[in-house]
Write a protein that binds this ligand. Structure first.
Ligand code: CO
Length: 145
């Protein structure tokens, strides 16, 4: 396992439109992508870019809004009506190697690696094995940065 860049912090929001307005008007975010649905994950997603210094790549806030009552984050929003921090995502160079390594260490992987919102393979690690933080591991996108 080789820890890479922190790619994003996942933030659950009750309303995508209001969240985008907040990030633009209160935080002054200039780059927010058009929200898109990921029906397989049960969420609507949009990325807020936080620029790095001197033109380096910053990190992102991943806004996620539940798509209907079957969404895996529906319960989170019920418990946290204002929304809130949901997960942290780290990049790794090799997703299968990372999965094997975490499994060898006895960590609980939630499901098989699948294509995430950035178009590369991701998986989640149970928060009980990660100090209470739902953790997403994502293969570093190739050729984009
Ligand atoms: Co994420």
């Amino acid at each position: 396992m080789k820890l890479g860049r922190m790619n994003h912090v996942g933030v659950a929001v009750p309303s995508m439109d209001e969240a985008i307005k907040h990030y633009r008007e209160v935080l002054g975010a200039e780059q927010i992508c058009q929200p898109f649905d990921m029906p397989a994950q049960g969420v609507k997603v949009a990325f807020v870019e936080t620029p790095g210094q001197d033109g380096t790549q910053g990190t992102q806030v991943e806004l996620i809004e539940p798509l209907g009552e079957d969404s895996p984050i529906h319960g989170f929003i019920e418990k946290n009506p204002l929304g809130g921090q949901h997960h942290i995502c780290y990049e790794v160079p090799d997703i299968q190697a990372a999965k094997a390594d975490f499994e060898n260490k006895g960590l609980r992987i939630l499901g098989e690696p699948r294509i995430g919102a950035h178009g590369t393979l991701i998986f989640f690690i149970h928060p009980k094995d990660m100090g209470g933080i739902l953790t997403e591991i994502m293969e570093t996108p190739k050729g984009i940065h």
